[in-house]
Design a protein. Structure first.
Length: 288
């Protein structure tokens, strides 16, 4: 077969990369939408960096072992989330500043740990990943996390939305606001860890947040926003892999850059408050 699908039909590593990217889109994009709704977009970035020291510790103990690095990254990211939450509750400092401080510490610690025994190649692999090198074990992990994410979001949909819109009311009626918040953080960390091998710590959050931010300019409701974000993330994954293959460029950055192109286009042309769309509608209104 010729045409755009040729790399996927000819090469097994491209098919695995495609499946991994689509599964990540299904799991990560809805989490990104909830973070956008809760104004926690930068928390996702902080958690992505917080994965690095735990993954580096797993690397020092077991080498390039997916279970060890995944477990280490999960524990480290949760530790950063708990530490930032404790500082926010115990001091006047805001949540954004607390997360920024701890993720910078975690990032520096992770780079230092990798440098103790690893090479420049190992460091680049951890920071930027290699979706073209995803193996069957990583695929199973990504698929399992994506499935768990959809199931958990469906089960906790109402508490999550209400806690995002009016946490005071949810507490007043005895709703599971704290449980919903903790669940969101756990799902966030799990998806970032599952994306770690494919996209690295620096690129993983791009597939989570950029499609969600772009979808905000096209639809209003959260379910529609999540569906739109998944479609944008999936399309970005396919286009990014093809760009990477034909232009011989790194796959992770290509995927995230395509996500960025979708975001810029949505900011300009989105049907809900897009810059160009809003001006065109304003001129149409004035000429009537």
């Amino acid at each position: 077969m010729t045409g755009w699908a040729e790399p996927f039909t000819e090469f097994a590593f491209m098919r695995r990369a495609l499946v991994a990217t689509l599964a990540l889109a299904v799991g990560c994009a809805p989490i990104g939408c909830v973070l956008v709704l809760r104004r926690m977009s930068l928390v996702g970035d902080a958690m992505a960096h917080a994965v690095l020291p735990g993954a580096a510790a797993g690397f020092l103990l077991a080498g390039m072992s997916l279970p060890a690095m995944s477990a280490g990254g999960f524990v480290a990211a949760l530790a950063v989330a708990l530490a930032a939450g404790f500082v926010t509750r115990s001091t006047p400092q805001g949540e954004d500043a607390s997360f920024a401080a701890f993720y910078l510490i975690a990032l520096a610690l992770g780079v230092l740990l990798v440098s103790l025994r690893g090479s420049q190649v190992d460091l680049m692999h951890m920071l930027f990943g290699s979706v073209l090198a995803v193996d069957d074990a990583a695929l199973l992990q990504i698929a399992a996390v994506a499935s768990l994410t959809l199931w958990a979001l469906a089960g906790m949909y109402r508490p999550l939305v209400l806690e995002s819109a009016d946490p005071g009311f949810l507490r007043s009626v005895g709703g599971p606001g704290a449980t919903a918040h903790v669940l969101l953080l756990v799902l966030l960390v799990a998806n970032l860890v599952s994306a770690f091998q494919a996209l690295g710590t620096l690129m993983a959050v791009g597939l989570m947040m950029l499609p969600a931010a772009a979808a905000r300019f096209w639809v209003a409701s959260l379910p529609a926003m999540a569906a739109c974000a998944v479609l944008i993330a999936a399309a970005s994954g396919v286009a990014g892999l093809l760009l990477s293959y034909h232009a011989e460029l790194p796959s992770g950055p290509c995927i995230v850059l395509v996500c960025g192109a979708f975001y810029v286009a949505s900011v300009l042309l989105g049907s809900r408050e897009g810059i160009v769309t809003r001006r065109v509608l304003a001129r149409t209104h004035l000429t009537r």
